[in-house]
Design a binder for this molecule. Structure first.
Ligand code: ATP
Ligand code: MG
Ligand code: MG
Ligand code: MG
Length: 468
């Protein structure tokens, strides 16, 4: 089942059940406290908190998301992308727990011929919050055996924003990939074998002040209970497409294959190379989608994340043995794989490609000039009969030449040297605390984009910047 088909079935299913279909919001969220849209619920937060009355009682969307906190997982786990799409269904004081659980089960287990995803019931497991007997009962009523429902604590199965406001238990749905992927202890024990596909959040309580994420008082029931769910489109796609991970699905695989072809290495031959090819496939797609939403590479905030994704791509290609520009080939492949779902990546491609290719050229030049500095330092260290590069050299390379520390480590290692990592870390920590103090002085360096909401509400606007 192609990704577009999974997306279409989702929207049809919930539209047929009275949900208003809401288009994806930008990756750049209106919320000034968030770098990016990290979940399907982000655009609905004002309705979920009750700040703004919801214009519809129920809604559904397929939301573009960026999660930078998953960057280190990319390519190593089968299920973490920096960019991914979250399918969501939302109820604003309308239906609640029993119906949300019922919808999820119905869509997952209805046969493909009847419009569902056709998962086998025996392959599905769920978790519920330890005290949520209600949720447990609803799952049992649908026929799920007791031994495939696990009760977990606040850490994994309780939601709140971290602030006073709505809160409540979650229930997560997992697909069991079978004994070849791990021991059979259920999702509580192994997240490689049991892949989380869908999270249901039941916002039913009002939480008060508290000292930590899991330590707060519950003030009582919310007057209007809400539902927020998120299903990973790429996760369902990889399970339905019978491939090993989300980087091998129809929307991502072409870039992976191209990275392999450009490097002359075969995907599936060497584990570390496979990880690099998956990183390239993920990061190129994320960069394309970020640029399509107006982010440009820079040294702070959102632009820095984009820059980091691009540099990690260049680095991964370099470790695959390619040290020439590859964006002019990789980006068009990502565009072609994404443009049926997001036609704007095609329409805006001239602008996107200009920025992306220039960024790669700049970084390749950076690598070239930094390499000279590194070579000199290496020669000096060897001449002094030492085996360790000083931390301040690594810091200089990082700070002035934009060398990620991993590159310095690898290039030093190629010369048979280690790096004084603790000295480097100390310099980094010092710089970070200075930057923090600076940011505090400026309060925040994220722009408040909520001002644009007013324009959006007033309909079409005309761009006059070329003439005026
Ligand atoms: P995991 O525990 O696997 O990291 P999560 O609990 O962090 O997932 P949620 O915050 O519950 O994920 O997001 C809802 C759904 O979005 C998940 O059930 C999953 O299907 C999908 N999802 C979350 N993070 C990613 C990601 N980095 N890449 C792809 N899909 C994701
Ligand atoms: Mg996660
Ligand atoms: Mg999880
Ligand atoms: Mg989850």
């Amino acid at each position: 089942m192609q990704t577009a088909e999974i997306r279409g079935r989702w929207l049809d299913f919930f539209a047929d059940r009275g949900h208003t279909v809401v288009p994806s919001a930008s990756l750049v969220s209106d919320d000034p406290t968030l770098l990016f849209t990290v979940a399907g619920m982000v655009p609905f937060v004002p309705y979920l908190t009750g700040l703004v009355p919801a214009p519809y009682p129920r809604a559904t969307s397929v939301q573009k998301c960026i999660r930078t906190n998953d960057i280190e997982e990319v390519g190593k786990t089968p299920r973490h992308g920096t960019f991914f799409q979250m399918n969501g269904n939302f109820s604003f004081g309308d239906y609640f727990k029993e119906q949300a659980i019922g919808y999820a089960w119905e869509l997952l287990t209805t046969s493909e011929a009847d419009g569902g995803y056709g998962f086998q019931e025996k392959d599905l497991w769920v978790t519920v919050y330890q005290d949520d007997d209600e949720a447990f009962r609803y799952w049992r009523a649908l026929g799920l055996p007791e031994d495939r429902i696990q009760r977990l604590g606040m850490d994994s199965n309780y939601w709140s924003t971290g602030q006073p406001g709505p809160a409540g238990p979650c229930s997560e749905i997992f697909f069991d990939r079978g004994p070849a992927y791990g021991a059979d202890g259920g999702p509580a024990t192994d997240d490689d074998r049991y892949v989380e596909i869908w999270n249901l959040v039941f916002m039913q309580y009002l939480r008060g002040e508290g000292t930590g994420k899991n330590d707060f008082v519950i003030l009582g029931d919310l007057p209007k209970k809400n539902i927020d769910t998120g299903m990973g489109l790429e996760r369902v796609a990889f399970l339905k497409q019978g491939v090993e991970n989300m980087y091998e699905i129809d929307q991502v695989r072409p870039v992976l294959d191209l990275a392999a072809a450009l490097s002359g290495r075969r995907y599936g031959a060497v584990h570390d190379d496979d990880v690099r090819m998956r990183i390239v496939a993920d990061h190129v797609r994320s960069s394309l989608m970020l640029m399509s939403d107006g982010v440009t590479p820079s040294n702070e905030g959102r632009g820095y994340i984009l820059r980091r994704l691009m540099r990690r791509t260049v680095r991964a290609m370099r470790l695959l043995g390619v040290d020439v520009a590859t964006f002019p080939e990789l980006f068009p492949a990502a565009r072609d794989a994404m443009m049926s779902a997001y036609p704007e990546v095609h329409g805006d491609y001239a602008r996107i490609s200009q920025g992306a290719y220039a960024e790669e050229e700049t970084f390749l030049r950076t690598l070239a000039s930094g390499s000279t500095v590194l070579d000199v330092a290496v020669a000096k260290t060897i001449k002094a009969k030492k085996t360790e590069l000083p931390g301040d050299t690594a810091f200089l390379l990082h700070d002035t030449y934009g060398f990620p520390i991993e590159i310095t480590l690898e290039m030093a290692e190629e010369a048979g040297l280690s790096v004084n990592r603790s000295a480097f870390d100390a310099l980094m920590a010092k710089q970070r605390s200075m930057a923090k103090a600076d940011a505090k002085a400026k309060k925040t360096h994220l722009a408040d984009l909520s001002v644009y909401s007013a324009f959006r509400a007033s309909g079409e606007t005309v761009f006059t910047g070329y003439e005026e």
